[in-house]
Design a protein around this ligand. Structure first.
Ligand code: HEM
Length: 384
Protein backbone atom coordinates (compact mmCIF):
# COMPACT_ATOMS: atom_id res chain seq x y z
CA UNK A 1 0.00 0.00 0.00
CA UNK A 2 1.38 3.40 -0.97
CA UNK A 3 1.24 5.59 2.11
CA UNK A 4 2.45 8.70 0.28
CA UNK A 5 5.85 10.34 0.08
CA UNK A 6 5.94 12.09 3.48
CA UNK A 7 4.27 10.94 6.68
CA UNK A 8 3.82 12.81 9.98
CA UNK A 9 4.79 10.70 13.02
CA UNK A 10 5.02 11.18 16.78
CA UNK A 11 8.36 12.70 17.66
CA UNK A 12 11.04 10.06 18.42
CA UNK A 13 13.95 12.29 19.50
CA UNK A 14 13.17 15.97 19.24
CA UNK A 15 10.98 18.32 21.28
CA UNK A 16 7.20 18.20 21.25
CA UNK A 17 6.41 21.69 19.89
CA UNK A 18 7.01 20.66 16.33
CA UNK A 19 5.87 17.85 14.10
CA UNK A 20 8.26 15.13 12.90
CA UNK A 21 8.00 13.81 9.34
CA UNK A 22 9.44 10.75 7.68
CA UNK A 23 10.15 10.79 3.96
CA UNK A 24 9.82 7.47 2.15
CA UNK A 25 9.87 8.34 -1.57
CA UNK A 26 13.02 9.11 -3.54
CA UNK A 27 11.91 12.31 -5.27
CA UNK A 28 10.95 14.08 -2.03
CA UNK A 29 14.02 12.65 -0.21
CA UNK A 30 16.39 14.14 -2.78
CA UNK A 31 14.40 17.39 -2.84
CA UNK A 32 14.88 17.81 0.92
CA UNK A 33 18.50 16.62 1.21
CA UNK A 34 19.69 19.00 -1.50
CA UNK A 35 17.66 21.94 -0.20
CA UNK A 36 20.16 23.59 2.12
CA UNK A 37 18.30 26.90 1.78
CA UNK A 38 15.16 25.67 3.56
CA UNK A 39 16.50 22.75 5.62
CA UNK A 40 19.35 22.68 8.12
CA UNK A 41 21.26 20.00 10.04
CA UNK A 42 21.66 22.45 12.92
CA UNK A 43 18.45 23.19 14.84
CA UNK A 44 20.19 25.88 16.90
CA UNK A 45 20.36 27.99 13.74
CA UNK A 46 16.56 28.30 13.97
CA UNK A 47 15.59 30.90 16.57
CA UNK A 48 14.87 29.60 20.06
CA UNK A 49 15.11 26.00 18.96
CA UNK A 50 16.73 23.58 21.34
CA UNK A 51 19.50 21.41 19.92
CA UNK A 52 18.41 17.77 19.86
CA UNK A 53 21.96 16.91 20.93
CA UNK A 54 21.73 19.09 24.06
CA UNK A 55 20.37 16.26 26.19
CA UNK A 56 23.57 14.33 25.74
CA UNK A 57 25.78 17.43 25.61
CA UNK A 58 24.65 18.72 28.98
CA UNK A 59 25.52 15.45 30.72
CA UNK A 60 28.83 15.20 28.97
CA UNK A 61 29.89 18.85 28.73
CA UNK A 62 31.68 19.52 32.06
CA UNK A 63 35.38 19.46 31.16
CA UNK A 64 35.21 16.67 28.59
CA UNK A 65 36.71 17.27 25.12
CA UNK A 66 34.29 17.73 22.24
CA UNK A 67 33.50 14.86 19.88
CA UNK A 68 31.82 14.59 16.47
CA UNK A 69 28.47 14.51 18.28
CA UNK A 70 28.96 17.13 20.96
CA UNK A 71 31.36 19.51 19.21
CA UNK A 72 31.74 21.34 15.91
CA UNK A 73 31.82 18.58 13.35
CA UNK A 74 30.91 18.91 9.67
CA UNK A 75 27.99 16.53 10.15
CA UNK A 76 26.08 19.15 12.16
CA UNK A 77 27.13 22.36 10.39
CA UNK A 78 25.76 24.14 7.32
CA UNK A 79 27.07 26.52 4.70
CA UNK A 80 30.58 27.94 4.85
CA UNK A 81 31.38 26.40 8.26
CA UNK A 82 30.56 22.97 6.85
CA UNK A 83 32.41 23.51 3.58
CA UNK A 84 35.56 24.69 5.33
CA UNK A 85 35.80 21.60 7.57
CA UNK A 86 34.92 19.21 4.76
CA UNK A 87 37.52 20.71 2.43
CA UNK A 88 40.27 20.21 5.00
CA UNK A 89 40.00 16.44 4.79
CA UNK A 90 38.42 15.86 1.41
CA UNK A 91 41.75 15.32 -0.35
CA UNK A 92 42.28 12.15 1.67
CA UNK A 93 39.07 10.62 0.30
CA UNK A 94 39.17 11.21 -3.45
CA UNK A 95 38.74 8.15 -5.70
CA UNK A 96 42.31 8.74 -6.97
CA UNK A 97 43.79 8.73 -3.47
CA UNK A 98 41.78 5.59 -2.76
CA UNK A 99 43.39 3.74 -5.65
CA UNK A 100 46.74 4.34 -3.91
CA UNK A 101 45.33 2.61 -0.82
CA UNK A 102 44.13 -0.45 -2.75
CA UNK A 103 47.24 -2.66 -2.28
CA UNK A 104 47.29 -2.09 1.48
CA UNK A 105 43.54 -2.76 1.86
CA UNK A 106 44.03 -5.97 -0.13
CA UNK A 107 46.94 -6.95 2.12
CA UNK A 108 44.84 -6.42 5.27
CA UNK A 109 41.98 -8.50 3.81
CA UNK A 110 44.43 -11.28 2.89
CA UNK A 111 46.07 -11.26 6.32
CA UNK A 112 42.67 -11.63 8.00
CA UNK A 113 41.62 -14.49 5.74
CA UNK A 114 45.02 -16.21 6.16
CA UNK A 115 44.37 -16.34 9.91
CA UNK A 116 41.08 -18.22 9.57
CA UNK A 117 41.58 -20.16 6.35
CA UNK A 118 42.98 -23.34 7.86
CA UNK A 119 40.36 -23.42 10.68
CA UNK A 120 37.53 -24.22 8.27
CA UNK A 121 35.17 -21.80 10.03
CA UNK A 122 35.08 -18.16 11.05
CA UNK A 123 32.93 -15.52 12.65
CA UNK A 124 32.48 -13.38 9.57
CA UNK A 125 31.88 -10.24 11.64
CA UNK A 126 34.53 -10.59 14.35
CA UNK A 127 37.23 -12.11 12.14
CA UNK A 128 36.68 -10.09 8.98
CA UNK A 129 33.91 -7.51 8.60
CA UNK A 130 34.92 -5.64 11.74
CA UNK A 131 38.74 -5.73 11.67
CA UNK A 132 39.12 -4.81 7.99
CA UNK A 133 37.68 -1.25 8.05
CA UNK A 134 38.97 -0.38 11.54
CA UNK A 135 42.50 -1.33 10.53
CA UNK A 136 42.28 0.66 7.30
CA UNK A 137 40.99 3.88 8.90
CA UNK A 138 43.36 3.49 11.86
CA UNK A 139 46.34 3.19 9.53
CA UNK A 140 45.19 6.24 7.56
CA UNK A 141 44.87 8.24 10.77
CA UNK A 142 47.87 6.75 12.58
CA UNK A 143 45.97 5.13 15.48
CA UNK A 144 48.21 2.61 17.30
CA UNK A 145 47.32 -1.04 16.73
CA UNK A 146 46.75 -1.83 20.40
CA UNK A 147 44.08 0.91 20.75
CA UNK A 148 41.77 -0.37 17.99
CA UNK A 149 39.70 -2.65 20.21
CA UNK A 150 38.80 0.29 22.45
CA UNK A 151 37.67 2.32 19.44
CA UNK A 152 35.38 -0.51 18.45
CA UNK A 153 33.79 -0.64 21.91
CA UNK A 154 33.21 3.12 22.08
CA UNK A 155 31.87 3.35 18.55
CA UNK A 156 29.43 0.48 18.85
CA UNK A 157 28.14 1.71 22.21
CA UNK A 158 27.58 5.14 20.66
CA UNK A 159 26.04 3.76 17.45
CA UNK A 160 23.59 1.46 19.23
CA UNK A 161 22.59 4.10 21.78
CA UNK A 162 22.12 7.15 19.56
CA UNK A 163 18.51 8.10 19.12
CA UNK A 164 17.16 6.05 22.02
CA UNK A 165 16.62 8.48 24.89
CA UNK A 166 16.96 5.80 27.57
CA UNK A 167 20.58 5.15 26.61
CA UNK A 168 21.70 8.79 26.79
CA UNK A 169 23.94 8.17 29.83
CA UNK A 170 25.78 5.28 28.15
CA UNK A 171 26.25 7.30 24.97
CA UNK A 172 27.51 10.29 26.98
CA UNK A 173 30.02 8.16 28.90
CA UNK A 174 31.38 6.53 25.75
CA UNK A 175 31.59 9.86 23.92
CA UNK A 176 33.53 11.30 26.83
CA UNK A 177 36.05 8.44 26.92
CA UNK A 178 36.38 8.52 23.13
CA UNK A 179 37.01 12.30 23.21
CA UNK A 180 39.56 12.02 26.01
CA UNK A 181 41.43 9.25 24.21
CA UNK A 182 41.49 11.31 20.98
CA UNK A 183 42.77 14.36 22.83
CA UNK A 184 45.67 12.36 24.24
CA UNK A 185 46.38 10.88 20.81
CA UNK A 186 46.52 14.39 19.31
CA UNK A 187 48.93 15.47 22.06
CA UNK A 188 51.19 12.49 21.28
CA UNK A 189 51.08 13.31 17.54
CA UNK A 190 51.96 16.93 18.25
CA UNK A 191 55.14 15.78 20.02
CA UNK A 192 55.87 13.04 17.53
CA UNK A 193 54.36 13.79 14.10
CA UNK A 194 54.31 11.27 11.29
CA UNK A 195 52.89 11.15 7.76
CA UNK A 196 49.40 10.10 8.88
CA UNK A 197 46.16 12.09 8.50
CA UNK A 198 46.02 13.23 12.15
CA UNK A 199 49.52 14.70 11.86
CA UNK A 200 48.48 16.42 8.61
CA UNK A 201 45.40 17.91 10.26
CA UNK A 202 47.58 19.19 13.11
CA UNK A 203 50.02 20.66 10.59
CA UNK A 204 47.21 22.54 8.83
CA UNK A 205 46.31 23.93 12.23
CA UNK A 206 49.87 25.01 12.91
CA UNK A 207 50.33 26.58 9.46
CA UNK A 208 47.20 28.64 9.17
CA UNK A 209 45.46 28.37 12.56
CA UNK A 210 42.65 26.69 10.66
CA UNK A 211 41.35 24.05 13.10
CA UNK A 212 40.75 24.86 16.76
CA UNK A 213 41.08 22.14 19.40
CA UNK A 214 37.34 21.37 19.40
CA UNK A 215 37.23 21.12 15.61
CA UNK A 216 40.29 18.91 15.53
CA UNK A 217 39.00 16.41 18.09
CA UNK A 218 35.51 16.49 16.56
CA UNK A 219 36.95 15.82 13.11
CA UNK A 220 39.13 12.92 14.23
CA UNK A 221 36.37 11.25 16.25
CA UNK A 222 34.03 11.65 13.24
CA UNK A 223 36.53 10.05 10.86
CA UNK A 224 37.15 7.14 13.22
CA UNK A 225 33.46 6.57 13.96
CA UNK A 226 32.10 7.08 10.44
CA UNK A 227 35.13 5.42 8.90
CA UNK A 228 34.58 1.93 10.18
CA UNK A 229 31.21 1.24 11.83
CA UNK A 230 29.11 1.52 8.66
CA UNK A 231 31.59 -0.25 6.39
CA UNK A 232 31.80 -3.19 8.82
CA UNK A 233 28.03 -3.29 8.65
CA UNK A 234 28.08 -3.26 4.85
CA UNK A 235 30.36 -6.31 4.79
CA UNK A 236 28.37 -8.15 7.47
CA UNK A 237 24.81 -7.33 6.39
CA UNK A 238 25.82 -7.54 2.71
CA UNK A 239 27.10 -11.10 3.24
CA UNK A 240 23.85 -11.94 5.00
CA UNK A 241 21.83 -10.58 2.05
CA UNK A 242 23.81 -12.85 -0.25
CA UNK A 243 23.19 -15.88 2.00
CA UNK A 244 19.49 -15.04 1.93
CA UNK A 245 19.54 -14.82 -1.89
CA UNK A 246 21.48 -17.96 -2.90
CA UNK A 247 20.88 -17.50 -6.65
CA UNK A 248 22.49 -14.07 -6.52
CA UNK A 249 25.38 -15.48 -4.49
CA UNK A 250 25.95 -18.22 -7.07
CA UNK A 251 25.86 -15.70 -9.89
CA UNK A 252 28.43 -13.55 -8.11
CA UNK A 253 30.74 -16.49 -7.39
CA UNK A 254 30.69 -17.38 -11.09
CA UNK A 255 31.56 -13.86 -12.19
CA UNK A 256 33.48 -11.76 -9.70
CA UNK A 257 33.49 -8.87 -12.19
CA UNK A 258 29.96 -8.24 -10.91
CA UNK A 259 31.32 -7.25 -7.49
CA UNK A 260 31.15 -3.43 -8.01
CA UNK A 261 27.50 -3.56 -9.11
CA UNK A 262 26.79 -6.09 -6.34
CA UNK A 263 28.20 -3.67 -3.73
CA UNK A 264 25.93 -0.89 -5.05
CA UNK A 265 22.95 -3.23 -4.97
CA UNK A 266 23.68 -4.41 -1.43
CA UNK A 267 23.88 -0.75 -0.40
CA UNK A 268 20.55 -0.02 -2.09
CA UNK A 269 18.65 -3.13 -1.12
CA UNK A 270 19.43 -3.17 2.58
CA UNK A 271 22.46 -0.97 3.31
CA UNK A 272 23.82 -0.05 6.75
CA UNK A 273 22.23 3.45 6.88
CA UNK A 274 18.49 3.03 7.11
CA UNK A 275 17.72 6.71 7.67
CA UNK A 276 19.48 10.03 7.09
CA UNK A 277 18.89 13.18 9.02
CA UNK A 278 17.52 14.74 10.94
CA UNK A 279 16.99 17.92 8.97
CA UNK A 280 15.02 20.88 10.35
CA UNK A 281 12.86 23.26 8.32
CA UNK A 282 14.25 26.80 8.48
CA UNK A 283 10.91 28.23 7.30
CA UNK A 284 7.45 26.95 6.39
CA UNK A 285 7.82 24.71 3.32
CA UNK A 286 5.23 22.82 1.27
CA UNK A 287 6.40 19.49 -0.16
CA UNK A 288 4.05 17.34 -2.26
CA UNK A 289 1.05 18.96 -0.60
CA UNK A 290 2.39 18.56 2.97
CA UNK A 291 2.81 21.71 5.01
CA UNK A 292 6.08 21.40 6.88
CA UNK A 293 6.33 24.15 9.50
CA UNK A 294 9.42 26.08 10.53
CA UNK A 295 11.29 23.96 13.13
CA UNK A 296 9.71 20.65 12.09
CA UNK A 297 12.09 17.71 11.99
CA UNK A 298 12.42 15.53 8.90
CA UNK A 299 13.99 12.06 8.72
CA UNK A 300 14.71 10.56 5.33
CA UNK A 301 14.03 6.83 5.39
CA UNK A 302 16.80 5.70 3.09
CA UNK A 303 15.78 2.08 3.05
CA UNK A 304 12.25 2.94 1.90
CA UNK A 305 13.41 5.51 -0.69
CA UNK A 306 15.90 2.96 -2.03
CA UNK A 307 12.98 0.64 -2.77
CA UNK A 308 10.83 3.28 -4.47
CA UNK A 309 9.08 1.43 -7.34
CA UNK A 310 8.96 4.63 -9.39
CA UNK A 311 12.76 4.65 -9.51
CA UNK A 312 13.88 1.02 -9.28
CA UNK A 313 12.35 -1.76 -11.37
CA UNK A 314 11.44 -4.77 -9.18
CA UNK A 315 12.70 -2.74 -6.24
CA UNK A 316 11.98 -5.51 -3.70
CA UNK A 317 14.36 -7.88 -5.47
CA UNK A 318 18.10 -8.07 -4.91
CA UNK A 319 19.59 -7.86 -8.40
CA UNK A 320 23.38 -7.65 -8.43
CA UNK A 321 23.36 -6.95 -12.18
CA UNK A 322 21.23 -3.80 -11.77
CA UNK A 323 22.61 -1.18 -14.15
CA UNK A 324 21.08 2.13 -13.03
CA UNK A 325 21.37 2.33 -9.29
CA UNK A 326 21.27 5.86 -7.92
CA UNK A 327 20.50 4.92 -4.35
CA UNK A 328 20.61 7.06 -1.22
CA UNK A 329 22.79 4.77 0.91
CA UNK A 330 25.45 7.50 1.17
CA UNK A 331 22.93 10.32 1.52
CA UNK A 332 22.64 13.19 -0.95
CA UNK A 333 23.55 16.87 -1.21
CA UNK A 334 26.20 18.75 0.76
CA UNK A 335 26.49 16.13 3.48
CA UNK A 336 26.71 13.17 1.15
CA UNK A 337 29.16 10.66 2.59
CA UNK A 338 32.74 11.90 2.34
CA UNK A 339 34.09 8.38 2.75
CA UNK A 340 32.01 6.70 0.01
CA UNK A 341 35.07 6.04 -2.24
CA UNK A 342 36.77 4.32 0.70
CA UNK A 343 33.64 2.35 1.64
CA UNK A 344 33.25 1.19 -1.98
CA UNK A 345 36.90 0.17 -2.21
CA UNK A 346 36.73 -1.78 1.05
CA UNK A 347 33.44 -3.42 0.09
CA UNK A 348 34.78 -4.41 -3.28
CA UNK A 349 37.98 -5.92 -1.87
CA UNK A 350 36.20 -7.56 1.06
CA UNK A 351 33.64 -9.44 -1.07
CA UNK A 352 36.08 -10.31 -3.85
CA UNK A 353 38.68 -11.75 -1.47
CA UNK A 354 36.08 -13.62 0.56
CA UNK A 355 34.45 -15.31 -2.43
CA UNK A 356 37.71 -15.99 -4.23
CA UNK A 357 39.36 -17.59 -1.22
CA UNK A 358 36.28 -19.30 0.22
CA UNK A 359 34.01 -20.21 -2.69
CA UNK A 360 32.13 -22.76 -0.56
CA UNK A 361 31.31 -20.27 2.16
CA UNK A 362 27.98 -20.97 3.84
CA UNK A 363 26.12 -19.99 7.01
CA UNK A 364 26.70 -22.32 9.95
CA UNK A 365 23.56 -21.30 11.82
CA UNK A 366 20.02 -21.07 10.40
CA UNK A 367 19.44 -17.59 8.99
CA UNK A 368 16.53 -17.02 11.38
CA UNK A 369 18.97 -17.28 14.30
CA UNK A 370 21.16 -14.41 13.07
CA UNK A 371 20.61 -11.45 15.38
CA UNK A 372 20.22 -8.03 13.79
CA UNK A 373 20.64 -4.82 15.80
CA UNK A 374 18.65 -1.74 14.85
CA UNK A 375 18.79 1.87 15.95
CA UNK A 376 17.07 4.93 14.55
CA UNK A 377 19.29 5.21 11.51
CA UNK A 378 21.36 2.06 11.08
CA UNK A 379 21.38 -1.71 11.24
CA UNK A 380 24.12 -4.19 12.01
CA UNK A 381 24.95 -7.79 12.90
CA UNK A 382 27.35 -8.50 15.79
CA UNK A 383 28.18 -12.09 14.97
CA UNK A 384 27.71 -14.26 11.89
C1 HEM B 1 28.26 11.09 5.96
C2 HEM B 1 26.75 6.58 5.03
C3 HEM B 1 31.34 5.00 5.14
C4 HEM B 1 32.79 9.39 6.51
C5 HEM B 1 27.48 10.02 5.63
C6 HEM B 1 26.06 10.08 5.35
C7 HEM B 1 25.64 8.81 5.12
C8 HEM B 1 26.79 7.94 5.22
C9 HEM B 1 24.21 8.34 4.81
C10 HEM B 1 25.20 11.36 5.28
C11 HEM B 1 24.68 11.80 6.62
C12 HEM B 1 23.73 12.98 6.48
O1 HEM B 1 23.45 13.49 5.39
O2 HEM B 1 23.22 13.40 7.53
C13 HEM B 1 27.87 5.77 4.99
C14 HEM B 1 27.85 4.36 4.65
C15 HEM B 1 29.14 3.92 4.68
C16 HEM B 1 29.97 5.05 5.03
C17 HEM B 1 26.58 3.56 4.35
C18 HEM B 1 29.70 2.55 4.43
C19 HEM B 1 29.11 1.63 3.72
C20 HEM B 1 32.15 6.06 5.48
C21 HEM B 1 33.58 6.01 5.57
C22 HEM B 1 34.00 7.24 5.97
C23 HEM B 1 32.82 8.08 6.12
C24 HEM B 1 34.47 4.81 5.26
C25 HEM B 1 35.43 7.63 6.17
C26 HEM B 1 35.90 8.38 7.08
C27 HEM B 1 31.69 10.22 6.48
C28 HEM B 1 31.73 11.63 6.84
C29 HEM B 1 30.42 12.12 6.69
C30 HEM B 1 29.60 11.00 6.24
C31 HEM B 1 32.94 12.41 7.30
C32 HEM B 1 29.94 13.53 6.95
C33 HEM B 1 29.90 14.31 5.65
C34 HEM B 1 29.35 15.70 5.80
O3 HEM B 1 28.67 16.01 6.79
O4 HEM B 1 29.65 16.53 4.92
N1 HEM B 1 27.90 8.71 5.53
N2 HEM B 1 29.16 6.14 5.22
N3 HEM B 1 31.71 7.32 5.82
N4 HEM B 1 30.41 9.87 6.13
FE1 HEM B 1 29.83 8.03 5.57
Amino acid sequence: RDIGPIIPISNPIGDTDNQTWIVVHMEEAVQILKNAKQFTVDPTSIEEKENFRDKINSKEKSSAPDTFFTGKSMLFLDGLDHRRLRMLVSKAFTPRYMEGLRPRVQEIADELLDKVHSKGEMDLVKDYAYPLPINVISEMLGVPYEDREKLKDWSSAIATGLGWGKQDATVAKNLQEFGEYTKQLVERKRMNPSDDLISQLIAIEAEGDRLDESELISMITLLIFAGHETTSNLIATGSMMLFENPKQLELLKKDLRLIPSAVEELLRYNGPSTAVGPRFAKEDVEISGNKIKKGDMVLVMVKAANRDEKIFTDSEDLDITRKINQHLAFGHGMHMCLGSPLARLEGEIAFTSLLRRMPNLSLKIPKEKVEWQFNLSSQSIDSL
